[in-house]
Design a protein around this ligand. Structure first.
Ligand SMILES: [Mn+2]
Length: 324
């Protein structure tokens, strides 16, 4: 069907080796069902496509992790955060899972789950990249939302709206059992972060983005310049010698293409723009990890299969699939 990709990531020992972590976790937000996404993506044939069409050696333990053994006996809100101990414990475990693949020089793909799990995935790759190359990681965060609320600026208290604040150290409201495990070597610099697709930003988040000069391409920028120019600018900001972690929230796509997600916002990316972002990141050869999050197959009966298909397509493009 497709030929093998010809991209050679500079930061991998072997670009054909892909570690997969399936995170069936919904505790960073209130809606059930996002935990079923990894199985829906896998049942749609995703792993098989990566092995057969893209000729990747997939290292997957065959399990969708639910982390039920990590549910604390009691988990009252802490500084407005909901389920703080549970989300902290799960993301710590995800961080270890991702790190264990990344330290062996494998590309890592994590299937979520809600976007709180990026606290785990990005901290895991950041640590491995520091150890292996003595370098910092860049993150491309594709999303309708900035997910950079601190517990203090968040109205909802849902941690899936806060992962970037914890990863960049902007949220300092920790406790030993609430993200106390996040250390310097897990963190990301605000100037290595680039957003694409933003269109629903809270007031407190706008202030944070401005104050820290965080690079962000909203839907307005995509309308003005087109996605091609936006990708040139985004990748230009990161530079050609920095390893990239792509964290792709399916709600970046317009609900026309991806309706089955917890917080859909109209006026989003087309399916092709989403694939194009992933293709451009793949073509840099600097991609070292990828998250696909917030697919919720239970939310829209008719749209679930479209959303799953869109997710599979983005993953394939990020891992080297090309149209020709
Ligand atoms: Mn998100």
């Amino acid at each position: 069907m497709t030929s093998a990709p010809s991209i050679q990531p500079r930061f991998l020992v072997n670009r054909h080796d892909l570690g997969v972590v399936a995170v069936g976790f919904s505790g960073g937000q209130p809606k059930a069902g996002v935990d079923a996404a990894p199985m829906a993506l896998i049942e749609a044939g995703l792993i098989q496509q990566l092995e057969e069409d893209l000729e990747l050696n997939v290292d997957y333990d065959g399990q969708v992790h639910a982390y039920s053994e990590l549910i604390p006996a009691d988990d009252p809100p802490f500084r407005n955060m909901k389920q703080p101990k549970f989300v902290s414990a799960v993301t710590k475990e995800v961080s270890e899972q991702v790190y264990s693949h990344a330290k062996k020089g494998k590309m890592v793909m994590t299937l979520g789950g809600d976007h709180s799990i990026a606290i785990g995935t990005i901290s895991g790759t950041a640590r491995a990249i520091r150890e292996r190359f003595g370098r910092e990681l860049a993150v491309i965060w594709v999303d309708a939302h900035a997910d950079i609320n601190t517990p203090e600026t968040s109205d909802s208290g849902n941690i899936h709206g806060m992962p970037v604040a914890f990863l960049t150290g902007l949220a300092t409201e920790k406790r030993e059992d609430v993200f106390g495990w996040l250390k310097e070597h897990h963190m990301l610099s605000v100037n290595k972060l680039v957003y694409i697709g933003l269109r629903d930003i809270d007031k407190g988040e706008k202030k944070i983005l401005k104050e820290h000069g965080i690079k962000a391409f909203s839907m307005h920028d995509i309308d003005r310049h087109g996605i091609g120019k936006v990708m040139d600018m985004a990748l230009g900001w990161i530079g050609s010698d920095t390893p990239i972690h792509l964290s792709f929230d399916v709600d970046a796509l317009d609900p026309m293409w991806a309706p089955s997600t917890g917080t859909p916002v109209r006026g989003g990316l087309t399916l092709r723009e989403g694939d194009f972002i992933a293709e451009c990141v793949a073509a840099t050869g600097s991609l070292i990890a990828l998250d696909l999050v917030e697919v919720n197959p239970s939310l829209d009966e008719h749209g679930a299969s479209d959303t799953v298909r869109a997710g599979c397509s983005i993953v394939r493009c990020a891992l080297g699939d090309t149209l020709l």
